[in-house]
Structure formats: structure tokens, C-alpha cells
Write a protein that binds this ligand. Structure first.
Ligand code: SF4
Length: 257
């Protein structure tokens, strides 16, 4: 992805039309209205036919077992409600203790990410769909999935939690604000600025999730201007952590050529 919260922002309408044309097997013009109409028509039936819907989640509330998904397009709704089984895959750092903690993130995330007071769509999901509307008889799966499963990913997070430097990066709420103010990122873009997770925090996440060997090259893009730390709502000392990753990669692989 080129940006944490806008992974396809670098694509032109012509590129999107070309991609969608290949998928649907007909030549589509680079007209946003038509492209959206075709996507709606084709994708809806796929969601209806699917046996399983797989999503991520922005927050998981331990108190109630509630998943929270925020989007500006509503594109998390069909996948979590139409198929009979919903599987949510999320990192363990997404878990917060209570609804109050989740509410604090819901206020900070859109403000830092897109300058909004609240994201356009905020979905709370607690277990499978249930209803007792008819004669107070509890029925599962009437308005949504009959089953909900949550897969918690470690992928280096637990080790980072024990790391005296990297544990601070686990506070990241993926708002992308650090990318927006990073001068080197603005020049080179997201495809080289980290491996999967991009931008300043991506340089740290890359080492955490994919190993130092993937972070060794991209980390050298950081100019240590400290702009990212100034805007980070989670107050993560990003430049210091990038320098730590840099020191570790130089120790492991030597100075970059
Ligand atoms: S490091 Fe901070 S600014 Fe960057 S995405 Fe995470 S929370 Fe947002």
C-alpha cells in the first residue's frame, strides 16, 4: 500500500478503469460514476454468495468482546454482515480494556487521519447477529452472520512488547498522520517507505513484523527531522525508534552501501 489509510491514493482513474475492466471482462471508461456503479453491481452479488466474510478491525473491546471497524466508504459493512460467517483478523495490540478506551481512539483517529470529527461509518459488532423481535425468542443470524470468529495475530508483537524500545510502537492507532508530514515520504511515496506498513511508523513496524532484513534499506530514508513525533496522537517517539532500528540493522548488516 502507498499510504496507511489510503492504500490506493496513487492510482489514477485510468488505472482503476483498466484494473476493473480486466476483472469484469468488459471495457470500462475512466468515469468514476460508471466505475462505482459496476463495482456495486458486481461486488454485491459476490458478498451475497460468499460463505465467509473476512475483515480486520480497528479496535477490539475486551470488556464486551466487541469489534469496532471505522471506514469512510462503508466498505466494511457488507463483508461483516452478508456472509453467514464473519472472521475478523487483528493484531493483539488492537485490544483495549473498555468502551471508554475505544471512544478515546474513535475521537483521535479521524482527527489525526483525515481531519474529521468522526469517521463516516463506525460499526460495533458483538458476536453473531441476534434478535428476539419475534415473541421474545432469541434467534441467531437473522440480520447478519450466524457465527463470528476472531483471529488474534502476534507476528512479532509479543516480542516487541518485551523490547525496551520497540514496545512504544504498539500504541500506534494507524492514523497515518506521521506519513502526511514526513518530507522524504512525500518525495518517494509509500511503495519503498517500509515493507507493507509504510511511512515513518512503517520503518519500525517493518522491523517488528518482517525482520530487520526488510527494514535495513528503507530505514535509511528517515532524515531525523522529527516532524512525525510532533503530530503523532499516540506520542510515540518515532524518530528515536527509527534510530534504534537503524543501529540494529547496522550492527547486523553493516553500513548501507
Ligand atoms: S505512529 Fe502515530 S502518527 Fe503514525 S500512524 Fe501511528 S498513531 Fe498515527
Amino acid at each position: 500500500p502507498s499510504h496507511l489509510i489510503a492504500p490506493a491514493v496513487h492510482k489514477t482513474r485510468e488505472q482503476i478503469a483498466e484494473l476493473l475492466s480486466k476483472e469484469v471482462g468488459e471495457e470500462l471508461p475512466p468515469d468514476p460514476d460508471q466505475l462505482v456503479r459496476v463495482a456495486r453491481e458486481r461486488l454485491r452479488q459476490s458478498f451475497i454468495d460468499a460463505d465467509v466474510g473476512i475483515s480486520g478491525a480497528n479496535i477490539a473491546i475486551a470488556d464486551s468482546g466487541t469489534l469496532v471497524i471505522v471506514t469512510n466508504e462503508g466498505n466494511g459493512r457488507l463483508v461483516t454482515t452478508l456472509p453467514p460467517v464473519h472472521i475478523a483478523v487483528l493484531g493483539i495490540e488492537k485490544i483495549v480494556p473498555t468502551m471508554e478506551d475505544a471512544t478515546a481512539i474513535l475521537q483521535v483517529l479521524p482527527r489525526s487521519g483525515t481531519g474529521q470529527k468522526i469517521t463516516s461509518y463506525v460499526s460495533f459488532m458483538t458476536g453473531p447477529s441476534r434478535s428476539a423481535d419475534i415473541e421474545l425468542t432469541l434467534t441467531i443470524g437473522v440480520h447478519g452472520p450466524k457465527e463470528q470468529h476472531i483471529v488474534l495475530l502476534d507476528n512479532g508483537r509479543w516480542a516487541a512488547r518485551e523490547d525496551e524500545e520497540l514496545h512504544e510502537a504498539l500504541h500506534c492507532i494507524r492514523c497515518g498522520a506521521c506519513s502526511n508530514v514526513c518530507p522524504p515520504y512525500q518525495i518517494v511515496g509509500g511503495h519503498v517507505f517500509g515493507h507493507i506498513y509504510t511511512g515513518p511508523i512503517g520503518l519500525i513496524m517493518t522491523a517488528m513484523h518482517h525482520g530487520l532484513e526488510h527494514a535495513a534499506g528503507p530505514q535509511s530514508l528517515c532524515a531525523s527531522c522529527n516532524a512525525c513525533e510532533m503530530v503523532c496522537p499516540a506520542e510515540i517517539p518515532i524518530p528515536r525508534l527509527i534510530l534504534d532500528v537503524r543501529a540494529r540493522s547496522v550492527e547486523a548488516f553493516g553500513m548501507p552501501a
